[in-house]
Write a new protein. Structure first.
Length: 207
């Protein structure tokens, strides 16, 4: 872009950052398990405004970003994908259902491509109800590190133990919960918002 004095002015990636903001905000919300209604109630931002921002039809104002950063307990740099993520990762919490204490620890910056997170579900005292399911664009790969994870995938109900992996198109209704008493559940998630998948580069034994 040329300035009034003939000098060339660049946006230093601002255009790309703003273009990526909607998908980053949507991913942060979906990985937390929050709905647009949850975020609207927590922040006071209207549903229509949140929807237009996430779909790229509206650029967020500084006030909106400040409210979302506070709701997700992250800095503006982390929300914009322009700053480093702490080793342990920030906790993303949106006040919603009192019994929902899931913690999401981002392991990568929200700048397009695959997103990695560590999820921790708290211990439960009784068998849970079937997980609430959601569906959205993308592809997900998850690996259980500790405990037993209940994955409700469409009409299927799977219980995954430590070391077990599942992958699926997130347009299929899905939800997770601690499978029952016995301690917390920890698992890793790799999520491709545009359908990106993991690509093995080494041969699988026996194939």
């Amino acid at each position: 872009m040329a300035g009034g004095d003939g000098a060339t002015v660049t946006d230093d990636g601002i255009t790309d950052t703003l273009a990526d903001m909607g998908p980053r905000l949507r991913t942060a919300r979906e990985q937390r398990g929050a709905t647009l209604t949850d975020v609207s109630r927590a922040t006071g931002i209207s549903l229509s405004t949140l929807s237009r921002i996430e779909t790229g039809r509206r650029k967020p104002t500084l006030e909106v970003l400040l409210r979302l950063a506070k709701a997700y307990d992250v800095s503006l740099d982390e929300l914009a994908g322009t700053g480093p993520v702490a080793a342990a990762g920030p906790r993303i919490r949106v006040p919603q259902r009192p019994a929902d204490d899931k913690v999401v620890l981002p392991l990568t910056r929200f700048v397009g491509g695959l997103h990695a997170h560590k999820h921790v579900l708290p211990a439960v005292d009784a068998p849970p109800a079937r997980p609430r399911q959601v569906s959205h664009d993308g592809y997900e790969w998850l690996c259980v590190l500790y405990g037993r994870l209940w994955l409700a995938l469409g009409d299927q109900d799977l219980v995954l133990g430590a070391g077990e992996v599942a992958e699926f198109d997130t347009r299929t209704a899905h939800g997770v919960a601690n499978a029952g008493p016995g301690g917390p559940v920890e698992y890793l998630v790799m999520f491709g918002p545009q359908g990106e998948r993991l690509r093995p580069r080494t041969p699988v034994p026996g194939r």
